[in-house]
Design a protein around this ligand. Structure first.
Ligand code: AMP
Ligand code: ZN
Length: 137
């Protein structure tokens, strides 16, 4: 993708407006424009990387420090019960904006905003064995 056209790069460069929650030299946290819940925040590296596979490890470490700090601030200040940290990679996983980003999604016990429906079936021993054999570094 052309970095010039990236919506999150444009937010970083202040070419389009956003509601900035926190900023440091490497990262930016801003309110999601279509929030799943009140306070839904996006954390990005200022440098453009498409997915988890592209961001250098040291920048990922720095970004997750901001995710933690921001999540803890939201937890306290918005008096929520909890939050989901969501990070989509590639279109098949629902990634729309191709600039690496982490969602902080505030949750409350009584909300009905966002349910993770994971179909769970007990695994077959042979299937586990076979997939583990393929999963080598
Ligand atoms: P994803 O599906 O993980 O790529 O999520 C992209 C997120 O970016 C969505 O939740 C959008 O609502 C959000 N988003 C897109 N454009 C903007 C924008 N201009 N300002 C704030 N959030 C945005
Ligand atoms: Zn970008």
């Amino acid at each position: 993708m052309n970095v010039q056209e990236c919506i999150f790069c444009k937010i970083t460069k202040r070419e389009i407006p956003s509601k900035i929650v926190y900023e440091n030299s490497l990262n930016l946290a801003f309110l999601d424009i279509s929030p799943i819940s009140t306070g839904h925040t996006i954390v990005i590296p200022k440098n453009h990387y498409s997915t988890l596979e592209d961001i250098p490890d040291h920048e990922l470490t720095e970004l997750y420090k901001v995710v933690k700090k921001t999540a803890m601030m939201i937890h306290k200040k918005l008096q929520i019960d909890g939050y989901n940290i969501l990070q989509n990679n590639f279109a098949a996983a629902g990634q729309v904006v191709k600039h690496f980003h982490v969602h902080i999604i505030p949750r409350n016990f009584d909300d009905d905003k966002f349910r993770i429906k994971i179909p769970r079936t007990p695994a077959d021993e042979a299937d586990l064995h076979n997939v583990l054999k393929k999963m080598e570094f």
